[in-house]
Design a protein around this ligand. Structure first.
Ligand code: UDP
Ligand code: BGC
Ligand code: MN
Length: 269
């Protein structure tokens, strides 16, 4: 069996009993994590403080798998990091990019992060050689997914997982708050990157592969009929719609052993 199939098998095994995997991960990591799933290497000074932000609703099984897996992955890279799960309490229709904006703002209230990784809950990187840090250029970490046979589905694909420095996020005014339902928000994010004359970095395909846990389409996340506007450049809209305009109410913040859970209601944007 090659290394890739071996890792995929390991994930499938872990997925069969995610509650056990989660309990084990809590047990293994609780001594070394600060509340809310925050880790700092002891043997060296980490180069970056990384906030991993996961837009989330109603995927408990995936969430258990994700956090059980991710701590080991991040610690292997000797990074200072904290996992934030930003959960949408309302409205009914899911808004992934708005949750990412909220995660950015809420994480910075807790700690001085200089790098953000925005990550789907069902996606697991397969190779610890892929750096989960920020670079000068916005970096696409989810480029080669199992869902698309480990190929980019199209040239401007920017979905699944991206790493953006705090500075880059501010330049881009974060993400759009206007994409309700599935699709398009990641295309809009790429346009914000290009709007600021930034380039996109992707790691080589052999270390950049990730596994997407198979799932059905979620209730409350219907395909957005307007997702195509994510491909259009609208610079004046970027200035008006993003981290500077998001309306939300924070319901609670829970510092769990393995992650920080922020429950939010998104306002009318
Ligand atoms: N998501 C979620 N609950 C939902 C819909 C989406 O938590 O009801 C989050 C989750 O992190 C997921 C991401 O949004 O991985 C992207 O959605 P989805 O997995 O449906 O997109 P696709 O599989 O097409 O990439
Ligand atoms: C959507 C993106 C999505 C991609 C791959 C595109 O049509 O606009 O949001 O990530 O398909 O599924
Ligand atoms: Mn998915």
């Amino acid at each position: 069996m090659d290394a890739l199939s071996f890792r995929v098998k390991a994930i499938e095994r872990l997925s069969k009993n995610s509650q056990l995997a989660y309990a084990q991960a809590e047990h293994i990591h609780k001594e070394v994590l600060k509340p809310g799933g925050h880790w700092t290497p002891e043997e060296c000074a980490a180069r970056q403080r990384v906030a991993m932000v996961v837009p989330y609703r109603n995927r408990e099984d995936h969430l258990r798998i994700f956090v059980s897996y991710m701590h080991r992955f991040m610690q292997a890279q000797y990074l200072e990091y904290q996992i934030f799960v930003v959960e949408q309490a309302s409205p009914d229709v899911f808004n992934r990019a708005a949750l990412m904006n909220i995660g950015f703002l809420e994480a910075l209230k807790l700690h001085d992060f200089d790098c953000f990784i925005f990550h789907d809950v069902d996606l697991l990187p397969l190779d610890t050689r892929q750096p989960y840090t920020c670079f000068q250029a916005p970096t696409h970490l989810g480029a080669y997914m199992s869902k698309f046979s480990y190929q980019m589905p199209y040239d401007g694909f920017f979905g699944g997982a991206v790493a953006l420095s705090t500075e880059n996020i501010k330049q881009m005014n974060g993400f759009s708050n206007l994409f309700y339902g599935w699709g398009g928000e990641d295309d809009d994010t790429l346009n914000r990157v290009l709007w600021r004359n930034l380039t996109v970095h992707r790691h080589a395909q052999d270390i950049g592969k990730s596994y997407m846990i198979k799932h059905e389409k979620d209730e409350g996340n219907p395909t957005n009929p307007n997702r195509g506007i994510g491909h259009e450049m609208k610079p004046d809209q970027y200035n008006r719609n993003g981290i500077n305009s998001i309306k939300y109410i924070k319901q609670s913040t829970d510092l769990n052993v393995l992650y920080t859970r922020v429950l939010v209601s998104i306002g009318e944007n």
